[in-house]
Ligand binder design. Structure first.
Ligand SMILES: [Zn+2]
Length: 259
């Protein structure tokens, strides 16, 4: 079968807390004293086993991004952002090198359309002992119109999106350039959440690897196009170059002029 099929345990899924829609529900990630199975910490950044391992084939982990329940990537200090991405990518690399998994997913859900259930900013690592990585993505999905390039890291807007519309890609020549990667992730999320005429509520960040090559995709989320869901048609927006110019003007060109 040419798909990766995983089994979702609905008994565990039912027990999972949800506080994006039900915003008055208590936040389990604020109660740091009650967290169990902690693997590593860096200040208030915490990696732990996911209490609700809903995917039966996989080992699931949660990376709590900090103590502030209402914060998110656009408001982080650049020091916190750098530490978060260095910590996350380091543990992602360690899990990939552990020999336990064919593939380790590393991603973030934010907002009601992202598929997330807890508001408190966090990322997830999911290790699959058996997985056909060639079915997960194509390298062409990370080609695009270059927005900026620094330290061998390219930030671009997808010309062959995975799903459709505006997808930002970060393609580092060297996975060690974590500060530039972190800066580009922060800019990408800020752009999606704050620079659109109609503000977006939701996004995903997906990390991919093919051997030691790393690819990152930041995807705005809204109700997904029916022609994609039904027929796999990916929609390329006609204003892609305009979006690239807007991003350059907002984050890169004015900065260069004042330097
Ligand atoms: Zn919280």
């Amino acid at each position: 079968m040419d798909i990766n099929l995983a089994h979702f345990n609905t008994d565990i899924g039912r027990q999972k807390p949800e506080n994006i829609i039900h915003s008055s529900a208590a936040c389990p990630f604020c109660a740091t004293d009650e967290l169990t199975n902690i693997i590593a910490t860096d200040g208030d950044i915490i990696l732990l086993k996911n209490k609700y391992n809903v995917i039966e084939e996989a080992d699931q982990f949660v990376l709590i991004e900090g103590r502030d329940c209402d914060a998110d990537i656009p408001s982080y200090t650049s020091d916190h952002m750098h530490r978060l991405i260095a910590f996350g990518m380091e543990h992602w690399a360690q899990m990939r090198a552990s020999g336990k998994y064919d593939t380790v997913l590393f991603f973030k859900n934010y907002g009601p359309y992202s598929g997330g259930t807890i508001r408190h900013p966090h990322m997830q690592l999911v290790g699959f002992p058996t997985f056909r990585q060639e079915l997960a993505f194509h390298r062409a999905e990370f080609e695009g119109l270059t927005v900026d390039e620094r330290d061998g890291v390219v930030l671009n807007l997808s010309t062959q999106p995975r799903v459709g519309f505006w997808e930002l890609n970060i393609v580092p020549a060297d996975a060690g350039a974590t500060e530039t990667i972190a800066d580009y992730i922060q800019i990408s999320v800020d752009f999606f959440m704050n620079a659109f005429r109609r503000p977006l509520t939701s996004y995903n960040i997906f990390f991919y690897n093919e051997g030691t090559d790393i690819f990152i995709k930041i995807m705005p989320r809204f109700a997904t196009s029916p022609v994609f869901i039904g027929y796999n048609i990916r929609l390329l927006p006609s204003n892609l170059a305009e979006m690239r110019d807007r991003m350059r003007a907002k984050y890169f060109e004015s900065k260069r002029c004042t330097e």
